[in-house]
Design a protein around this ligand. Sequence first.
Ligand SMILES: Cc1cc2nc3c(=O)[nH]c(=O)nc-3n(C[C@H](O)[C@H](O)[C@H](O)COP(=O)(O)OP(=O)(O)OC[C@H]3O[C@@H](n4cnc5c(N)ncnc54)[C@H](O)[C@@H]3O)c2cc1C
Length: 377
Amino acid sequence: MDFDLNEEQRMIQETVRKFSEKELAPKAGERDEKELFPDEAWLKLSELGLAGLLTDAKYGGMGLDCTTLVIVMIELAKGCIATAGTYSVHTTVQFILQTYCTEEKKGEILPDLASGSRIGALAITEPNAGSDISSMTTQAVPHGAGYILSGNKIFITSGGVADLYIVFAKTDKELKHKGISALILEKGTPGFTFGKKENKMGYRGSPTVELAFDSCKVPGTDLIKNEGDGFYIVMSALDRGRITVGSMGLGVAEAAHIAALRYVKEREQFGQKIASFQGIQWKLADMEMNLSAARLLLFQAAFLADKEMPFTKEASIAKCFATDMAMQVTTEAVQVYGGYGYIKDYPVERYMREAKILQIVEGTNEIQRNIIAKEIL
Ligand SMILES: Cc1cc2nc3c(=O)[nH]c(=O)nc-3n(C[C@H](O)[C@H](O)[C@H](O)COP(=O)(O)OP(=O)(O)OC[C@H]3O[C@@H](n4cnc5c(N)ncnc54)[C@H](O)[C@@H]3O)c2cc1C
């Protein structure tokens, strides 16, 4: 494994870090408080050319690798988790389309996603199908040259703001996971409507929305790959998605650590800076250790993905460790701030609320442990 970033990766890291500090972080608290989607930030991120990071240059993207994606995700999440989360899903959507669609379809839809002028979303979860994807009941019934899509999805990131949705539905309801197929659904399709927007603990700038499909007509050309390939497609996409969510965990934890380091050098109690207390120093040292370990695990998983080697176990390890670590580090950051840590005037309480969602999405951390156990047993 090469621990050195190449020149291009360093340049991108520097650019995104500055963008995040200047454009994202100053407004992250307000976005959280008022549930504001980061549309201005999205526009600027798109102007930087970042919206199609993994997508081939021939479709208007940057054609970069998973390691570079980790670098970008960490910096975005340090500044604004709503922007990072939108970006993570948008990138996964493009990965699926680029990997599994026909050349004709890719040429038709990828350029607008890669430029950021259209946003992508992923619709898997249903009221009674969360961790157990195979029990989904949304149906795509073959009809003429296409499908009739009916059912409901919940908790969909970017619901309403996204223009293009990859919807997972049963084309054969008698089968469990082998009956799932992936379909492209455009916003505005007759019968496709948005329901409740969730009122969340954190990650509030990113809309989490219900989708309803009432006999939506989907052309056969909008089926991704073959009927019954949906489960395999979602699993391959989630492997990468787990690396990006783990990277968000590292970004949020780094932001909390930076805030804590700054605070302990300012706050005085018992006539001295609280940084001089060993009890505080050990908390900061533990944070540093955990951040370093998460960083190595994330780069390991990305390295394997980039080399096209198996990385399912490593992606789950990195996601689970980095996001559990983020919960621990952000909680300790609140503790280091004392009472002020619990007050919304300081960002650490937000970081703690943000870390929580990362243990749940892209497969809960219990599911990650199941995957790791299955791989080693
Ligand atoms: C803010 C937010 C954004 C989201 N964005 C999206 C999105 O864009 N697209 C999308 O499709 N979904 C999205 N989701 C849904 C998310 O992926 C699911 O919430 C998640 O997969 C868990 O499913 P569930 O909520 O139904 O929990 P459940 O599956 O009901 O799990 C409940 C508890 O049981 C545990 N559990 C379940 N099965 C097992 C098992 N086999 N072994 C051990 N423990 C188990 C879980 O770990 C959890 O602790 C989002 C959710 C939220 C809250």
